[in-house]
Ligand binder design. Structure first.
Ligand code: FMN
Length: 196
């Protein structure tokens, strides 16, 4: 059976960010899982203006997009499943994540999403729970499993490796299994999808 395409989205773009370390960790585990072809999408590489298209997505799901978004849109469209790597910013997710979500519609439709969160005390959980609501509106299924790194700076060493990998690795494996189950089911089901 061909492997499903899993896009790992790096959800922070600020200078000095920690997001790529967490994204690399989950991308490596997803590759080891064996069921996925993994694509790491760094939102810092894309042009994602906050000014959205004039026509709402329900009326035009494929609006004209900036040239600097073309590669991003293609890779989101190619994905069967997503892992969003997100910190908590003021008890929610970074604005760049809202921008990439709002610029796209069919790219999320009837696909499955998992999360890896990290931050100070809240470990990305507030971002994750907010994102579940947003993806619900886009007809994307968010899986129950997730990974959370509260006080991530104590959990990763200076090389970006986890000091005690067992528990988070187990949580990641459970999430990846759930993503695989849903992605396989939804990939079959998408061929019969009628959009309304
Ligand atoms: C604007 C901003 C708001 C933040 N708000 C929270 C927060 O509400 N809860 C929390 O635990 N950490 C918060 N933090 C700490 C971040 O989660 C932490 O700095 C993390 O490294 C951010 O991810 P990044 O390095 O990939 O940008 C905030 C950081 C920033 C920059």
């Amino acid at each position: 059976m061909s492997r499903l395409k899993l896009a790992v989205i790096v959800g922070s773009v600020r200078k000095g960010r920690f997001g790529p370390v967490v994204a690399r960790w989950i991308a490596d585990l997803a590759a080891q899982h064996g069921a996925f072809e993994v694509d790491v999408i760094d939102l810092a590489d894309a042009e994602l203006p906050l000014e959205l298209p004039a026509t709402p997505p329900a009326l035009d799901p494929n609006p004209p997009r900036p040239d600097g978004m073309t590669d991003l849109t293609r890779r989101l469209g190619a994905a069967d499943a997503f892992v969003v790597v997100t910190p908590d910013y003021n008890r929610s997710f970074p604005a760049v994540l809202k921008a990439v979500i709002d610029w796209h519609v069919t790219e999320w439709d009837a696909k499955t999403v998992g999360f890896v969160g990290y931050s100070g005390t809240s470990g990305g959980l507030l971002a994750i729970e907010s994102l579940r609501q947003v993806f619900n509106e886009l007809n994307a299924h968010t899986v129950r499993g997730y990974v959370s790194f509260p006080r991530y700076y104590l959990m990763f060493d200076e090389h970006g490796d986890l000091r005690e990998p067992e528990e988070p690795t187990g949580a990641a494996k459970a999430m990846l299994d759930q993503l695989h189950w849903w992605a396989r089911a939804l990939t079959d089901a998408r061929s019969t999808l009628s959009r309304s």
